[in-house]
Design a protein around this ligand. Structure first.
Ligand code: PDD
Length: 281
């Protein structure tokens, strides 16, 4: 596929970054994942705003406008002839002659972007969708700034792998007895018809999909609540969902071997699935 690196479009195998890049040495960078549906960037402004927040949080100045980002993304869509895809954007603090923790005085960031195909989501949920996924809970071993979309994802990878080794699909992270999000998605639960999600804080990522789901629910008169979710309450939920730009809304039907609801995707999920597909089109 054709990727983008520092102003150039080139075959991804030829996109090479120096070993002294601070992304490689320190994990000093941030990223974004943007979905593309039917050739259109979905919620693009929100993704770029979050990227700008991440850059500001790590104090990496970058002169790149929304239009610059859009041009890169549209070129990737065109060159790779992909209509349903996800675009990955990454910025690191760049490469310097030696390994040194101090910030360089004149940073030359490394800007990278690539595109990958996304299976087209059908207007009707598949059998697999309805079956849902299984999750475990585990202590959140990540740092204290999970609101930054940083490329340092070692803890997320360890926690995800832990789920796979337990025969589950993902891990819901818990800090001080409170459930926050999963390894690469936000957390929702439904109780008595109310959609509940943990409030924004430095312990979780402000998901663009999370925001969209809350907005969609409000549009359709479904009650929503942003409040803390104790781990034990999750086990009593009528429905649990994980949301992200690549997964959309995914039902969790088994948590720590406890069946959630009736063990299949619930009625509120089914409604939200339809609303989501309608607005994507
Ligand atoms: N992950 N929480 C975490 C820790 C995430 O990594 C993500 C996204 C989300 C959901 O955010 P959004 O709805 O804006 O995609 C929540 C991306 C998809 C990834 O790492 O691949």
């Amino acid at each position: 596929s054709i990727a983008y690196l520092n102003g150039q479009f080139l075959p991804i195998e030829e996109a090479k970054v120096p070993a002294l890049d601070r992304g490689f040495l320190f994990g000093d960078g941030v990223y974004e994942v943007v979905p593309v549906y039917a050739g259109k960037l979905f919620r693009f402004k929100q993704h770029i705003e979050r990227l700008e927040n991440s850059l500001r949080s790590i104090r990496l100045p970058l002169e790149q406008t929304l239009q610059n980002w859009a041009d890169i993304c549209h070129q990737l869509i065109k060159s790779n002839r992909l209509d349903n895809a996800t675009i990955y954007l990454q910025i690191t603090r760049g490469a310097y002659p030696e390994r040194n923790h101090d910030f360089p005085s004149n940073p030359t960031p490394t800007i990278f972007a690539m595109i990958s195909p996304l299976p087209e989501i059908q207007p009707q949920p598949s059998k697999e969708d309805l079956q849902g996924i299984s999750a475990i809970t585990a202590e959140d071993i990540r740092w204290q700034r999970c609101d930054i979309k940083a490329i340092t994802l070692l803890a997320n990878c360890l926690l995800k792998q832990q789920a796979l080794e337990c025969g589950a699909n993902d891990t819901i992270l818990v800090r001080n007895g409170v459930a926050l999000e999963a390894t690469s998605s936000n957390l929702f639960m439904v109780r008595d018809g109310v959609i509940i999600t943990p409030p924004l804080s430095e312990h979780l990522l402000s998901g663009v999909t999370r925001d969209f789901v809350l907005w969609l629910a409000e549009q359709h008169g479904i009650l929503t609540e942003q409040r803390s979710v104790p781990e034990h309450e999750l086990l009593q939920a009528d429905e649990i969902w994980l949301t992200s730009s690549t997964k959309e809304i995914r039902p969790v039907t088994r948590l720590n071997d406890v069946i959630i609801g009736d063990g299949t995707a619930g009625p509120v999920w089914r409604q939200m699935y339809d609303h989501y597909q309608q607005l994507k089109a």
